[in-house]
Design a protein around this ligand. Structure first.
Ligand SMILES: NC(=O)c1ccc[n+]([C@@H]2O[C@H](COP(=O)([O-])OP(=O)(O)OC[C@H]3O[C@@H](n4cnc5c(N)ncnc54)[C@H](O)[C@@H]3O)[C@@H](O)[C@H]2O)c1
Length: 270
């Protein structure tokens, strides 16, 4: 069960899970893209795999409940829920209130709607199952540019952490939550040209990494890309948290007074 499955990371995940033999429900609000996307998934699927599509808006709780009914009616249970649909284009703190409302309702509201609709029925299945929510490094190090997007993705991180805490304290629960944090990935969201920029990963690389890290049970699935290593991410996240612990201004990484200190910190961490 994958939202945002008509393109990018969601479609790559749908192809991969279908190739592993899972039946797939693909949900997306881009009805025009869903049909072709489903054909791709069927072409990659193991024999016998069935694919269902549903055009919906994850921001609408009634749509997500309809999705749950459809998934359980058609397939009986849900082994993997991937709350992945997302949009950008919000803006800074005091502009574009309508854009803020949309981004928060799709990105954060959409994940919350998915968790609320599916978590309890998945627990009640009494067998292992996964809830994978797609966050972003922008929800962790919160760079300037699109504060609304950062807030939505920071919300997904906090929601997924709380979800995992609740799941692991629920007696008998075999459902595990994971936060997928893609790096720079060449998809519809980031496409500026036909060619993949050298620094970006493909959506398939993100899914390869997701499966590798799921196999070892990692909660935070923090993807590198061709420009950013795990060591660089670790240093950037540490610096961001140290804004609080060291009493620096927020987003000091992008503050001219801290430019040299940040560069030295990164150099020291390799
Ligand atoms: N591409 C990157 O570099 C990158 C980096 C970090 C995080 N992400 C996250 O990865 C996720 C997948 O994005 P992507 O990069 O594959 O982009 P994408 O645009 O290719 O895929 C997003 C999909 O979500 C769908 N969608 C948008 N709003 C929806 C709604 N209201 N209801 C249902 N479906 C909706 C879109 O139609 C699209 O098919 C997003 O949550 C995004 O924020 C992407």
């Amino acid at each position: 069960m994958i939202t945002g499955a008509a393109g990018g990371i969601g479609l790559a995940a749908a192809r991969r899970f279908a190739s592993m033999g899972l039946n797939i429900v693909m949900a997306d609000n881009d009805a025009a893209k869903l049909g072709a996307a489903a054909s791709q998934v069927l072409a990659a699927a193991r024999d016998g795999v069935e694919v269902e599509t549903l055009a919906l808006d994850v921001a609408k709780v009634e749509d997500v409940r309809r999705l749950r009914e459809r998934a359980f009616e058609r397939f009986g249970d849900v082994a993997v829920l991937m709350n992945n649909a997302g949009v950008g284009g919000g803006g800074h703190a005091f502009e574009n209130l309508a854009g803020w409302a949309r981004i928060l309702s799709v990105n954060l509201g959409g994940v919350l709607n998915g968790v609320q609709a599916f978590a309890q029925p998945m627990i009640d299945q009494n067998r292992p199952a996964l809830i994978i929510n797609t966050g972003s490094k922008q929800g962790i190090t919160t760079p300037p540019g699109d504060t609304a997007y950062n807030v939505s993705k920071a919300g997904i991180k906090v929601l997924t952490e709380g979800l995992q805490h609740t799941l692991r304290n629920t007696p008998g629960c075999q459902v595990y939550a994971h936060l997928l944090v893609p790096g720079f990935t060449f998809t519809g969201m980031t496409r500026r040209s036909a060619e993949k920029p050298p620094g970006a990963w493909s959506a398939d690389q993100v899914v390869d990494f997701l499966l590798e890290r799921l196999a070892v049970g990692e909660f935070y699935i923090l993807c590198p890309d061709n420009d950013v290593t795990r060591e660089m991410d670790n240093a950037r996240m540490t610096w961001a948290m140290q804004d609080l612990t060291e009493g620096r201004p927020p987003l000091s990484r992008w503050h001219p007074d801290y430019k040299d200190a940040f560069a030295a910190f990164m150099a020291e961490r390799g």
